[in-house]
Design a binder for this molecule. Structure first.
Ligand code: FMN
Length: 370
């Protein structure tokens, strides 16, 4: 039976992924992430996924005003969980490959082989420009840079010594010890939608995160297959659950009514400064007046029965291998998801011959790692 993995897209920034004054207003804290991680593991989720973000986009809701660092946060979560996998986003521009290789190897030990990375080349250039780290022509070399960075990191993980003389990095007889527990490497995800992004995934990644773009899934797989590799595809969706379909829609409409237009404009403006085809793609998504955030994934609105059926249908129709979910209230909605949607989703997927994890029992079986 084909197995689908379910994840939580962790709310590591102010207000999670919602840009609305009528959505819950909060800053990310470790206490919140810990609560979500524990709950997600109990329910039977397979992974927790954290983005990398370095600035906010203002507005009345103060969208992403505060963001916590994903490698540190995920490592801390690793020590209080026992089964769930953890993915932390890294932009190669911001970490020397030797430092990154050792940090991830360390996190892999803390997690007993449950750590993974999501490689990004930067969402809005502004957040990298504020640090003064953007190389000239970054627009055209970003994937070359990421490619060389990851090639070096992989060598550090798999070889006793790394000698590398490249365009961006020079390493001589360089050592990374300890190695990660996962051999040959921890799981690698990348996120991007361009041809270059898909080619990068085909060369390096186990998964490509395509966000709210189900039509990209088959392309990701085809590009990888042309290189003789298998790359799985993951997406994201916003779960808006109510007791009935009508109540769920009312809940969603309430969030739409509080859309933080200033935050939306700031984000669109920031994307427009980065002249990539995928930026135009994303700004058109943001211009949709029914969108309530960024990074939410497409909203899935309804009762538990409706959501379970629709989610199963979307996963199967698009051929997703993994789906990471966002919520309006990451604690209460996640709890309801576990009680009311997860079992139904499992049954709905089974009718297509697709399986989910074992659920809570597998947590008990695995126990705490030594
Ligand atoms: C689903 C998705 C998630 C992403 N997550 C992040 C992120 O957390 N941090 C970041 O800086 N960039 C992120 N990016 C930006 C990409 O890594 C990439 O730099 C951007 O999409 C431009 O490349 P592209 O033209 O290949 O899409 C994400 C992109 C996508 C499509």
């Amino acid at each position: 039976m084909r197995r689908i993995e379910l994840g939580v897209f962790m709310p590591v920034g102010t207000n999670g992924f919602l840009m609305s004054t009528t959505a819950p207003q909060y800053h990310p804290s470790f206490a919140l992430q810990r609560k979500i991680a524990t709950l997600a593991e109990e329910i039977g989720f397979d992974f927790l996924f954290s983005m990398g973000k370095w600035m906010g986009f203002g507005g009345e809701s103060g969208f992403w005003q505060k963001t916590i660092e994903p490698v540190v946060m995920s490592s801390a979560l690793a020590s209080i969980t026992s089964r769930i996998k953890l993915f932390a986003t890294i932009n190669p521009l911001l970490l020397h490959p030797v430092v990154a290789a050792k940090m991830i190897a360390t996190a892999d030990e803390i997690s007993n082989g449950r750590f993974g990375i999501n490689i990004v080349t930067g969402n809005t250039l502004e957040e990298l420009e504020q640090m003064g780290v953007v190389p000239q022509d970054y627009g055209t070399i970003r994937y070359d840079y990421a490619d060389e960075w990851l090639t070096v990191v992989k060598q550090l993980w798999s070889q006793e010594r790394c000698n590398h003389s490249g365009r961006f990095f020079q390493l001589s007889n360089c050592v990374c010890d300890p190695k990660p527990i996962q051999r040959p490497y921890p799981t690698i995800v990348s996120a991007g939608l361009s041809d270059e992004g898909l080619q990068f995934a085909a060369r390096h990644s186990d998964y490509q995160f395509v966000g709210a773009r189900p039509e990209k899934v088959l392309e990701v797989k085809a590009v990888a297959a042309a290189r003789g590799r298998t790359v799985k595809a993951s997406g994201n969706m916003l779960i808006v659950q109510g007791d009935t379909d009508e109540q769920a829609l009312k809940r969603f409409n309430h969030i739409v009514a509080g859309r933080d237009e200033a935050a939306f404009s700031n984000l669109i403006e920031s994307f427009e400064r980065d002249q990539r085809d995928s930026s135009a793609d994303r700004t058109s998504f943001l211009r949709n007046p029914r969108m309530v955030g960024f990074g939410t994934g497409a909203p899935l609105i309804g009762s538990a029965i409706t959501i379970a059926e629709k989610l199963a249908d979307i996963i199967v129709t698009a051929d997703f291998d993994a789906m990471q979910l966002t919520f309006i209230d990451f604690v209460e909605d996640l709890r309801s998801f576990g009680q009311e949607i997860y079992p139904r989703l499992k049954s709905s997927l089974a009718t297509y011959g697709v399986s989910l994890g074992e659920g809570p029992a597998s947590v008990i079986k695995a126990g705490a790692h030594a």
